[in-house]
Design a protein around this ligand. Structure first.
Ligand code: IVH
Length: 684
């Protein structure tokens, strides 16, 4: 490393390459901050690479230029023989856990009592990241050392590896940085990066990681930092250790805001709320959004915001009294595979499904878990009788993660994939580029595909026919009353009332729902057809691009490829679907039954609310959330999941939580349902 005072000399007479290297370093660090911390790229990647290579070649010619904060130092250096130990000047503590509402109410009560206050306490609420804790030491603004938590008193020196994490600045953004600052936070891996890493590991025949946290830990504890550099680790700051040469911010919120100014990544999913009620609201709201977050969390963390109050409360043994982690119920559990059966989906895909001894996972009893395909069963070596780890994350289908080899009984049986469709007996086919085998029977032969397709047609995001659930569709298919979606619209009171568990009243409700579903949108109609690879957002794009069904039906491959986000796979699949006479006939029958939608000019983009971003929070008195979203989108607006400065309107209903608080803090326009309807009307 070069002496940092190379630049402290007077500016006169310095060689060009010296000045240029400093400019390049500053510029590259600025762009990296915009990209990795702010999520707002400031230049194209290629331009970044060009500047990077220029700096690299300057440094190669003049090695004395290489400073600790040079972006070139992120790529990873020579392998270490081992990690050396680092003693933490301020111990890295743990945090107490709470699980139930009562635990949270008791925590808030203890805090209020400790502070001898009757007014609701101010809390900083944040996420409990599922990664690993790290301490970053900045001396005069330069990252000099990074250490894992270890046992809290002593950790491992992982400085070289931490330098490769691009959301960690090598130099703080400040002309007057503190003499010493220990930043504490979490290193983690995004879910998408984890999936890519495991794919690479699999293809290279190497061990896969069980979850993103293990992958992050494994990547950080690499002796060769060039490997860490390829893993795309991330960082969020949430605490402070030693601080010298600057005043300690007076609240946790002020600390994190200061970090953001210094260029240190802090998570945007934060809220300041009061009292136990505020905490529980935050927990509920984050719980809903959890699955959509790009990284894994295992709960939320509440911290008394005021540092003065924190100090008053102090610590019990190894955890602070002023903070609590509110954990989500565990998403993984262990149970026994009692059988492996094969299910056939609406596209004919054959999926092995493990039948499990009932087990509670994340508060829900699970009895089935997907094994995805035959390859997965082999790769994970799951046999009937095995004890396995099952995982259920958010809304996704429960899956078998791994077996526990030590617990395999002597009579465990291997699974055999049938070569015939278990439902219709047709042969199965598996194309080379696919992991799944499919039933070749199609709609006409295979009742499973028919049921699946019909259930898709009636589902909420497609034709949204309430009351036509799985059991009803099953009966209708088995009794040969319904075999194509058009048959639904031929149903009468008598044919419905004959079915099991179907009273006159519920039969009437189904008929009403069918009638109501005829008024639809082109996007829903396209999606409802169940064309392979045409999901909801593709259907929306197709509807917008073509404007009418006839334009879509007559479109050539080139014309279909002009649609945003549509590639050759989707285009081929659509052409194949529309070339099939039975499908054309189905479309005509549905139109004849009275299914209608508004048609527009090709490429028509509603302008009224174009460029406006809405966030919906809480329950509206009349409109369902999707309805409100659909109407906003129909007027050209966009609906986003989280509130930011860029949000144009926040639509708040009953029990709106931290999003509303944030909107108020940012001074955004807040509408109720009536306000939204008004706005839509004005622009209609
Ligand atoms: S604060 C004095 N905040 O949870 C309190 N910890 O036992 C120190 N963690 O290993 C921790 N997200 O790695 C804090 N927002 C957050 C956190 C968080 C995750 C982890 C941390 C530590 C454990 C606490």
């Amino acid at each position: 490393m070069a002496q940092p005072d190379l630049f402290e000399q007077s500016g006169a007479g310095l060689p060009d390459w010296l000045l240029r290297s400093k400019d390049l370093r500053d510029e590259l660090n600025r762009h990296a901050h915009a990209y990795y911390v702010l999520d707002a790229p400031s230049i194209p990647d290629a331009e970044y690479d060009r500047l990077f290579r220029e700096l690299e070649s300057l440094e190669a010619a003049h090695p004395e230029l290489i400073t600790a904060d040079s972006p070139t130092q992120r790529v990873g250096g020579t392998p270490l023989p081992q990690f050396s130990q680092v003693r933490h000047d301020v111990p890295m503590l743990s945090i107490n856990n709470g699980f139930s509402d009562e635990d949270i109410i008791a925590f808030d009560r203890r805090v209020s009592e400790g502070l001898k206050t009757d007014v609701a306490v101010d809390y900083a609420c944040e996420l409990k990241f599922d990664g690993l804790a790290i301490n970053l030491r900045y001396v005069n603004g330069i990252l000099t050392e990074a250490a894992t938590r270890g046992d809290g008193a002593t950790g491992e020196d992982v400085t070289q590896n931490i330098r490769t994490v691009r959301s960690i600045p090598l130099r703080l953004h400040s002309a007057h940085p503190p003499a010493l600052l220990d930043v504490r936070g979490e290193v983690l891996m995004y879910k998408a990066d984890f999936a890519k890493l495991n794919l690479r590991q699999r293809e290279a025949g190497q061990k896969e990681f069980a979850n993103p946290r293990n992958a992050a830990a494994g990547s950080l504890r690499q002796l060769d930092s060039r490997i860490t550099a390829q893993r795309n680790l991330r960082f969020f700051a949430y605490g402070v250790g030693l601080l010298e040469g600057a005043a300690m911010p007076q609240s946790h919120t002020a600390l994190l805001n200061w970090y953001a100014e210094l260029g240190i990544a802090v998570c945007a999913e934060r809220a300041n709320l009061k009292g136990a009620a505020g905490l529980l609201q935050f927990y509920a709201e984050i719980g809903q959004r959890r699955a959509a977050l790009p990284y894994e969390i295992d709960g939320v963390v509440y911290k008394v915001d005021s540092v003065e109050q924190q100090q008053k409360l102090g610590f019990v043994s190894r955890a602070p009294r002023f903070a609590l982690a509110h954990k989500f119920p565990a998403e993984e559990a262990i149970t026994v595979v009692q059988d492996i059966v094969v299910q056939v989906g609406r596209t004919g895909a054959l999926t092995p499904v493990a039948r499990l001894a009932p087990v509670s996972v994340g508060g829900v009893t699970v009895t089935n878990a997907t094994l995805h395909n035959e390859d997965e069963v082999r790769r994970k070596d799951i046999r009937i009788g095995d004890s396995v780890i099952v995982r259920r994350a958010g809304d996704v289908i429960p899956e078998v993660v791994a077996n526990i080899p030590e617990r395999r009984p002597a009579d465990a049986r291997e699974f055999v994939m049938p070569r015939q469709c278990p439902v219709c007996g047709s042969t199965t086919v598996q194309s080379e580029d696919e992991a799944v085998a499919r039933c070749a029977g199609g709609w006409l032969q295979c009742a499973a595909q028919r049921k699946g397709g019909l259930l898709h047609f009636v589902s909420r995001r497609a034709m949204d026919i309430e009351g036509l659930g799985e059991q009803l569709v099953e009966q209708l298919v088995d009794r040969h009353v319904v075999s194509t979606p058009a048959d639904f619209y031929k149903l009468g009171l008598t044919s419905l009332a004959e079915l099991d568990r179907m009273a006159d009243k519920s039969a009437r409700n189904v008929l009403d729902a069918l009638e109501k579903s005829k008024q639809t949108t082109l996007a829903r109609f396209i999606y409802a057809l169940g064309i392979r690879h045409v999901g909801e957002s593709t259907a929306k794009e197709l509807a917008r691009h073509f404007g009418s069904l006839d334009a879509l039906l007559t479109a050539s491959e080139e014309q279909i490829l002009e649609v945003d986000d549509v590639g050759p796979v989707v285009a081929q699949s659509m052409l194949r679907f529309f070339a099939e006479p039975l499908n054309r006939e189905l479309i005509e029958q549905l139109r004849a039954a009275g299914v209608v939608w508004m048609e527009t000019e090709p490429g028509y983009k509603p302008q009224a609310l174009a460029g406006k971003t809405f966030v919906l929070t809480g329950t509206l008195p009349n409109l369902k959330r999707e309805e409100a979203a659909e109407r906003i989108e129909a007027a050209g607006g966009k609906v986003a999941g989280s509130v930011s400065k860029k949000t144009s309107y926040v639509v708040a209903g009953e029990e709106a939580g931290s999003k509303l608080v944030k909107a108020q803090e940012l001074g955004l326009v807040i509408l109720d349902e009536a306000g939204l309807l008004n706005l839509l009307e004005q622009h209609a």
